[in-house]
Design a protein. Structure first.
Length: 383
């Protein structure tokens, strides 16, 4: 244990507590590793004095310490992310068709795209994730595979994982549902809810995917396990093996969190898309029963409580679109007002949300809504 000043905190240190335990300087336990420079602001208030760090701390292997974010503006990164996304969806078509025709697939061909996702996320944390939800490029199965690949990288970056691991997460995301290419098309693309029998057929896709991937030379075992186990749930109610808690790898949990998020926020023939903010609050509720709480919490931090592109009703009764991420205060993202309180379109204009949500007149976000219900095209407003 060692005393340090806040300004001396650096990546690789582990903060145990701050304060002396006096009324003037109360004792606050922190227990957080500083992995990237922003962690200081995240875990230690600016006025904290008398910090104590644990000198014996060594960051876990696989965790990259101290990478500085580049932070290209969202508007600048969106067009690049969109181009990459289009290419990636065509790639997903390609390998799914290959499987249907009985041709072999090679996971390594996805690497240039996955590296592209990682570069994009390193330039700007929100752009690639926003594109996943703003563009309705294609049929669900293809865009979903790519969305899960991108969102797994976004979440992995937030967890402080290094590039090699992010690459594996991207690959696992892209191929997690490859087994669906072996599902009968009339079940896969059924324009309605599946009945019991059809559902039982669909539940075979993780094992089919495992069979398709397992003989590829050099395929990392974490990826293979994620393909097989991405529908397992912490409480044992998942499939195919009914694994519980610790039996599910952390790597697999990252994939299952982003998989559920993308599925619920996607529009299907038989259901509307749920607003991203609503899905995140549901998943927060399920964080113990279904997922790893720590993974869910970091996913919410990565996307913001109201992810970019969220359509929201403000406390003034007016409507707006979330156009960015506020790392310091996730409840106060940048918002553009787009409809007045009667739902009539207005010239989009930035509004300022109040510092503290809602004592009195301050402007704040009240709820997340589905933009389709209000005839709002979010993609035009964000990009
Ligand atoms: Fe799946
Ligand atoms: Fe999936």
């Amino acid at each position: 244990m060692k005393r340090v000043k806040r300004r001396d905190l650096a990546p690789g240190m582990y903060v145990v507590r701050y304060g002396l335990g006096t009324p003037d300087d109360p004792f606050v336990s922190v227990e957080r590793a500083i992995l990237v420079p922003e962690d200081v602001a995240l875990h230690v208030p600016a006025d904290a004095r008398n910090l104590v760090i644990d000198e014996s701390f060594r960051p876990p292997t696989g965790v990259l310490v101290g990478r500085l974010p580049v932070d290209v503006p969202l508007e600048e990164e969106l067009p690049q992310a969109e181009r990459l996304y289009g290419e990636a969806v065509s790639y997903a078509h390609g390998f799914m068709d290959d499987v249907r025709r009985g041709r072999p697939i090679d996971y390594r061909t996805s690497l240039p795209l996955v590296d592209g996702f990682i570069d994009s996320v390193f330039r700007n944390r929100s752009a690639a994730a926003a594109i996943c939800k703003l563009k309705h490029f294609d049929e669900y199965t293809y865009s979903h595979s790519i969305n899960v690949g991108i969102l797994a990288v976004v979440l992995g970056e937030r967890l402080g994982l290094e590039r090699d691991v992010l690459r594996l997460l991207g690959i696992a995301g892209v191929f997690h549902d490859v087994g669906k290419a072996r599902m009968p098309l009339e079940v896969l693309n059924k324009p309605g809810k599946l009945d019991e029998k059809e559902f039982a057929i669909m539940r075979r896709h993780p094992r089919e995917g495992f069979e398709l991937m397992k003989d590829q030379e050099g395929l990392p075992p974490q990826v293979l396990r994620a393909v097989l186990s991405h529908h397992e749930r912490s409480d044992g109610n998942g499939y195919p093996d009914g694994l519980k808690g610790g039996q599910i790898s952390r790597f697999t949990r990252v994939i299952s969190v982003v998989d559920v998020y993308d599925a619920l926020t996607s529009r299907r023939v038989y259901k509307d898309a749920m607003p991203p903010g609503k899905v995140l609050s549901l998943m927060y509720r399920w964080r113990l029963s279904d997922f790893s709480a720590q993974v869910v919490e970091n996913f919410i931090k990565a996307l913001g409580v109201y992810p970019v592109g969220s359509f929201v009703r403000l406390s003034s009764g007016e409507y707006g679109v979330v156009v960015g991420l506020n790392q310091d205060n996730p409840l106060r993202p940048p918002v553009k007002k787009v409809l007045d309180s009667d739902g009539r379109p207005v010239e989009p204009v930035s509004v300022t949300l109040s510092e503290v949500p809602d004592p009195g007149d301050g402007l704040s976000i009240r709820e997340c809504l589905n933009p389709d219900d209000y005839g709002v095209d979010v993609s035009r407003l964000v990009a």
